[in-house]
Ligand binder design. Structure first.
Ligand SMILES: Nc1ncnc2c1ncn2[C@@H]1O[C@H](COP(=O)(O)OP(=O)(O)OP(=O)(O)O)[C@@H](O)[C@H]1O
Ligand SMILES: [Mg+2]
Length: 464
């Protein structure tokens, strides 16, 4: 079992040491700080279970410290140590968010009170944290039901997810950006027997190489410049739960070796330590890169790939999910309307049809962002085609007018039909814009030079 970690904050060294001795004997791990700033540094870099702090300290007072901690870490219990008869201070302490207060005395009885109070405060904090976690889970933001879509492509994926959720097998989720790889990873965790344990994410692409190792495996105090405290890594945080290694394709070759070892025997050493640690984590990795190409280009280790790719899941792109666009549109519409507390928000059938025709290179994320923008910009009432951004309106008008001619039995001359077809589109755009070539080029999605060349080549001119 991990030792509970108590931070003792007091500018009075004698008292600090006395509290440290008493609590250490009760089995806690102790860190001390001589002022509030020092304490805040520890709280922001390490996991702390209890803060015991003096009221009167030079600089930021103990009460202000409690207020700041309460804001940043509402579940972290604080006990305030007041002077003799500090009735007023004790009321203030509770108001600031302290769990309880204690008079500064050091006789035999008070040792006992101190130990018991510390144990109660820690338990209270842990219960609060547990409660919050359960509530979040109940809200089920990431549960299966919230993976929107009925398309066969998505159903196949969810089918695999529900079958592998029971196991501890490593899963590799691939797919284009914005297709919901993280959504799939969370659905997997929260429908697995590990659901009550943590789901921990590491974005391997966003963290610089030199920090990523300590992020994953933790470090000991003094392991490198700036490592002023012992710190646990994400592998340990995820113990009993799931570790989601996002953007795995961006991991440096050096770290790939260390990760491979951690995956093979579920052991690792924190940076700067030779002590081997063992954890029980289920790994889900994700990438939008093609790892087979990365292997050929020697950017990704083949052995790591096979270790990760035990259960491959490909998150389908939105254009391959027949019918899902309409469902997602309704889902996001409802969500953003609620969030913006606006009246019933609807979208016209025409507009939905238009969205279904788009090919969504940014996938679900692009659709989500668009709906949010439309809700905010529209304010109230129905969203119609005219509210859609120009590129989405255009696709349809071009598509409609661009139905190609049928190939007759007798055949046709491909080049001349295409030529005429092009000329027709260009003429329409020019007439529509009263021969404003800039605007016509925009309407056609061509650059101006290309349009001018075509006009010249085809000998097009305004009809008299
Ligand atoms: N099936 C779905 N139902 C509801 N929301 C979804 C679905 N798929 C994706 N989303 C939403 O789309 C956004 C993008 O999803 P996510 O972050 O999981 O994509 P990703 O594949 O990890 O993208 P990237 O490769 O860019 O990291 C998120 O806001 C997510 O909530
Ligand atoms: Mg992602």
């Amino acid at each position: 079992m991990r030792k509970t970690h108590v931070l003792v904050v007091d500018d009075d060294e004698n008292y600090r040491n006395a509290v440290q001795r008493i609590l250490q004997r009760a089995g806690h791990r102790i860190t001390t700080a001589h002022d509030a700033a020092d304490a805040m540094r520890t709280v922001s870099t390490e996991h702390v279970d209890l803060v015991m702090c003096d009221v009167k300290m030079p600089g930021i007072s103990g009460l202000e410290l409690v207020r700041r901690i309460h804001e940043a870490e509402p579940d972290l219990a604080c006990i305030v140590i007041t002077g003799y008869g500090g009735a007023e201070a004790s009321v203030e302490a509770l108001k600031a968010g302290a769990f309880w207060y204690l008079e500064k005395a050091m006789d035999g009885d008070s040792h006992d009170v101190l130990r018991r109070l510390a144990a109660q405060a820690i338990e209270h904090g842990q219960l609060k944290a547990e409660n919050r976690r359960l509530q979040q889970e109940l809200q089920g933001r990431y549960h299966f039901d919230n993976v929107i879509g009925q398309s066969p492509a998505l159903r196949n994926v969810l089918d695999v997810v529900s079958r592998v959720a029971e196991t501890d097998s490593t899963v590799l989720v691939t797919g284009e950006s914005g297709t919901g790889k993280e959504v799939i990873a969370r659905a997997l965790h929260f429908s697995s027997p590990r659901a009550e344990r943590p789901f921990i994410t590491v974005n391997c692409g966003a963290i610089p190489e030199e920090l990523l190792e300590s992020e994953l495996f933790g470090h000991v105090k003094g392991a490198f410049t700036g490592a002023t405290h012992h710190r646990i890594g994400r592998f340990s945080m995820a113990d009993g739960g799931t570790l989601f290694l996002d953007e795995i394709g961006d991991m440096s070759p050096n770290l790939q070796v260390k990760l491979l070892r951690a995956l093979q025997d579920q052991t690792f050493e924190p940076v700067g330590s030779s002590e081997t640690q063992r954890v029980d984590v289920r790994i889900v990795a994700a990438t939008n890169q093609n790892l087979e190409i990365a292997i050929q280009e020697k950017r990704f280790r083949e052995d790591l790939f096979y270790r990760l790719n035990v259960i491959p899941i490909e998150s389908p792109s939105l254009r391959d999910r027949d019918g899902d666009v309409a469902l997602l549109v309704q889902h996001f519409l409802q969500r953003f309307c609620e969030r913006n507390s606006r009246g019933p928000c609807t979208i016209s059938d025409d507009a939905v049809r238009q969205l279904m025709n788009h090919d969504w290179p940014g996938n679900v994320r692009e659709l989500e962002n668009l709906i949010e923008r439309l809700v905010v910009l529209r304010g109230e009432g129905e969203i119609g085609i005219e509210d859609l951004p120009a590129n989405l309106r255009q696709t349809a008008s071009i598509r409609e007018s661009a139905a190609p001619p049928k190939v007759p039995e007798a055949g046709l001359s491909f080049h001349s039909v295409v030529d005429r077809f092009e000329a027709d589109l260009i003429l329409q755009a020019l007439e529509h814009t009263h021969w404003n070539k800039n605007q016509a080029a925009k309407l056609l999605g061509l650059n101006r030079t290309t349009l001018l060349e075509k006009i010249k080549k085809k000998g097009l001119s305004p009809e008299e």
